[in-house]
Design a protein. Structure first.
Length: 314
């Protein structure tokens, strides 16, 4: 009779061990069970759930996922400037890897994440201007990924010869776009957070976007990032851009005028303008007229060769 308590104890111990082993095996295969508390699923990673929503274009609730949600607002800012409505990301080995972005380092802090990357910037896998899948819509990202001259080519959307005149021409086109966009934004009510990011990441370099692209990004950004409206104090930036545009234009004029026939130079300038507007036929005509007057006009020769090559490719 004294053996029964021992037998019962052994059987109970075996059941406990087997039960614990089975539970452990379940956790290994299936992970922890999901438990819904107040509509929140306990045991699921909040960032992984958010990643799925971003792929559908839903960004609400990002403030509950990040300890520093302002850093994620930079991601939204850049993503909308690129014209994207959705954001495809994966969480892997402590990095948030999103299409078009350099990997973003994140660290888990309790139930939330912290973005610890010092800079969030865009990337582009292709090296040819004509094959770029997305224009880099951020000057910081441009300079992070390519030399200044290459960044200017992407900004303006033209590949030019590596001469002083061509570099100045690209700069002038970039400043012309800057002044146009800033003049339209000046005095307009802007989302305060968008305005802060816009000035911080774009105005000190070049805007490199059309006004309509900036306006559409502003509207999308405001749907998810709630901030008071402010009147953008862009007048000082605009005046600085205008001064810089004037200086670059004067430098370009001096560079072009050195030693060239005035009429040939005038035709060459008109050819450059036509080329910048995509009118290759007119550009070819003006470059030919310049060379007829001044056959040794080297810049006109190179420009004519480039235009004819583009026309053959088309």
């Amino acid at each position: 009779m004294k053996r029964w308590p021992l037998i019962v104890g052994v059987v109970a111990l075996l059941l406990i061990v087997l039960g614990a082993g089975g539970a452990a095996l379940y956790f290994v295969i299936y992970g922890p069970p999901s438990l819904s508390v107040g509509g929140v699923i306990v045991g699921e990673d909040p960032l992984e759930r958010a990643v799925d929503r971003w792929r559908m274009g839903e960004f609400k609730g990002y403030g509950r996922i990040f300890h520093n949600p302002g850093r994620f607002e930079e991601v939204l800012f850049l993503n909308f400037l690129r014209g994207n409505l959705t954001l495809s990301c994966d969480l892997s080995e402590g990095y948030l890897k999103c299409d078009g972005f350099a990997p973003i380092r994140v660290k888990r802090r309790g139930s939330r994440y912290e973005i610890v990357s010092s800079l969030i910037y865009l990337t582009d896998s292709s090296s040819s201007l004509g094959r770029r899948r997305k224009r880099l819509a951020d000057w910081v990202s441009k300079l992070k990924n390519m030399p200044y001259y290459d960044a200017l080519e992407v900004c303006v959307g033209q590949m030019r010869d590596r001469t002083e005149a061509d570099s100045l021409y690209l700069e002038r086109k970039a400043y012309e776009r800057d002044t146009l966009v800033l003049s339209k934004l000046a005095g307009r009510p802007l989302n305060a957070r968008f305005y802060e990011l816009f000035v911080d990441r774009m105005v000190d370099g070049h805007v490199c976007l059309t006004y309509s692209e900036v306006r559409e990004a502003l509207e999308r950004f405001g749907r998810y990032v709630k901030a008071p409206e402010v009147k953008g104090k862009l007048s000082l930036h605009l005046e600085r851009k205008r001064r810089e545009l004037k200086e670059v234009s004067e430098k370009l004029e001096k560079t072009l005028e050195s030693g060239h026939d005035p009429l040939a130079l005038a035709f060459y300038k008109r050819g450059l303008q036509a080329y910048s507007e995509g009118d290759l036929e007119s550009a070819r005509m003006f470059f030919r007229k310049a060379l007829k007057i001044e056959p040794d006009f080297e810049q006109a020769k190179r420009s004519l060769e480039k235009v004819e090559t583009l026309m053959e490719q088309q």
